[in-house]
Ligand binder design. Structure first.
Ligand SMILES: Cc1cc2nc3c(=O)[nH]c(=O)nc-3n(C[C@H](O)[C@H](O)[C@H](O)COP(=O)(O)O)c2cc1C
Ligand code: SF4
Length: 488
């Protein structure tokens, strides 16, 4: 199911036509007609800033697999994925994937957990990645590897995949309804928050002892760190003012500096947002979900439940607070920031632009390139204001065959410092290394944004590229995924 009005990029013949297509949509992103030879490739330029060295401009963005063992250890599928991260040639591994700071903080029962009984195997994950990276690149010099630490907050599902156990900071007039939360559903107390902060300290200390270069204190996609930033209506020391809403981050950072001196810190941030979307009921029928429209919000103005959006028109971004947040990162001497947007739960068209929606999503409300353009332009705006931060960009996979043609001028013109790959990593992790080293693009391996990697976990299956990765194709998992899709 896709929207027939949207031009499929697989049918666009060359970068010149793609440029024309971008112009027709008024999407302001650059696109080169040729890829630079190896000696001039911006993808291969090393980066050195704030005591950090990164050997090239390619990053792997965090990609969780829902395939850890029930006690939070990696499975063979997890090792396989981290091996692919290593084979990508990327010199920045941003987080690998979301790793919960405790078993109860998981977003699904198959998420990795940082705990005494998983340490050895999480170290092995890192080792597998490094070994593969060495094979591809000849050495692991200037390879920077972080781990993304998370508490899933509103989206906790720690034990059973279809049994959510939300931990919330405040009442959200739309999201509480979607999660069927009664009016007296308990909020996390300040004391519970303090205990979670201690879990972050212990997890960061473990990451440091295991040889990771940095930890990402995740502040994106509607999970707990991100929810703090929009806790305008919460009372007490973790809600209300900007200072209170960022106390969670500041207290985590303080503890890391004390417990893991020398460990670098990064933050993945949903830098802007929009109201929750839903399928348009007027254009949905026979179980088929129509195009996305904003959920009813007109009666909720000023909209006090978001971060990086305009309270008077919450469908629009407002970067005032995100800019303040990046200033805070500088004050806290956090050198690394990874910019993303929105949430896969309430506005997936913004967070991971796709032609085909995930099973709990909706058809794209407009051409997904518009959202790609928004993410790239917000990153550009923020990078201009914060030249000293190392900024990683997101949302390139929808560009498909034209990803390298866009990423190349984006880097050359300094829109971001490093280009981060998400879904493309699951199908074709070496895409940028191939073009930078003069090899032809392998069109058959391009991610076509089928969204099965999101639909599968929504149905209790491991994530992965079911359509293109031979491991999943024709597997028993594929049969179960097809059955789950047919039921909807
Ligand atoms: C299957 C899947 C798993 C993901 N896991 C994570 C994660 O663990 N942490 C995170 O910050 N983002 C996660 N993301 C979001 C991606 O990192 C990325 O922001 C998003 O896919 C858009 O980038 P892309 O266009 O390159 O795919 C995930 C996305 C997908 C599709
Ligand atoms: S399932 Fe594969 S092709 Fe589809 S979005 Fe995910 S990575 Fe891309």
């Amino acid at each position: 199911m896709s929207n027939p009005a949207i031009l499929r990029l697989g049918s666009v013949k060359d970068p010149l036509r793609f440029q024309e297509h971008l112009r027709s949509l008024q999407v302001d992103v650059p696109c080169d007609l040729e890829l630079a030879p190896t000696a001039d490739s911006p993808f291969l330029l090393p980066l050195q800033r704030s005591g950090i060295k990164i050997g090239n401009r390619i990053a792997i963005n965090p990609m969780e697999g829902w395939d850890a063992t029930p006690d939070g250890n990696p499975s063979e599928l997890t090792y396989r994925r981290w091996q692919k991260f290593g084979a990508s040639g990327a010199k920045l591994i941003w987080g690998g994937e979301a790793v919960a700071v405790s078993a109860s903080a998981r977003a699904n029962p198959n998420q990795l957990v940082m705990a005494p009984h998983t340490r050895e195997n999480i170290a092995r994950l890192r080792a597998v990645l490094v070994a593969e990276h060495r094979k591809t690149m000849g050495s692991d010099d200037d390879l920077l590897i972080g781990i993304q630490l998370t508490h899933s907050g509103r989206y906790c599902r720690p034990h059973v995949h279809d049994h959510p156990q939300p931990r919330i900071l405040y009442r959200h007039p739309i999201l509480d309804r979607r999660l069927n939360l009664p009016d007296d559903y308990p909020l996390l107390t300040d004391a519970e928050i303090e205990a979670i902060i201690e879990d972050f300290h212990s997890a960061a200390r473990a990451a440091w002892e295991l040889g990771f270069d940095f930890v990402d204190i995740k502040h994106c996609h509607g999970y707990l760190g991100h929810e703090f930033l929009s806790a305008h209506t919460r009372s007490g020391k973790y809600g209300g003012s900007f200072e209170n809403r960022t106390r969670f981050l500041r207290e985590i950072v303080q503890g890391i500096c004390a417990n893991a001196p020398g460990l670098k810190i990064g933050v993945r941030l949903s830098a802007f947002d929009t109201v929750p979307f839903r399928p348009d009921p007027a254009r949905s029928s026979n179980g088929k979900r129509g195009p996305g429209i904003p959920d009813d919000y007109e009666h909720l103005i000023p909209f006090n439940w978001g971060f990086g959006l305009d309270p008077q028109d919450p469908t629009q971004a407002d970067l005032t607070e995100p800019i303040r947040f990046l200033s805070l990162l500088e004050e806290l001497q956090i050198p690394l920031v990874n910019l993303t947007a929105g949430s896969p739960y309430y506005n997936p068209h913004l967070q991971r632009p796709a032609l085909f929606p995930p099973s709990d999503g909706y058809l794209p409300p407009h051409d997904p390139l518009i959202e790609v353009g928004r993410q790239l332009n917000v990153a550009r705006q923020l990078k201009r204001l914060f030249p000293n931060l190392i900024v990683v960009g997101t949302a390139y996979s929808y560009l498909q065959d034209f990803l390298p043609y866009v990423a190349q001028p984006v880097l050359r013109e300094g829109w971001v410092d490093v280009v981060g790959l998400g879904r493309m990593t699951l199908t074709y992790p070496e895409i940028l290394l191939d073009v930078a080293q003069g090899r032809p693009l392998q069109h058959k391996r391009i991610c076509r944004t089928f969204s099965d990697c999101t639909t599968a976990p929504r149905n209790g299956l491991p994530s992965g590229c079911y359509p293109l990765d031979s491991h999943y194709k024709n597997s028993e998992m594929m049969v179960r995924l097809a059955a789950a899709k047919a039921k909807r």
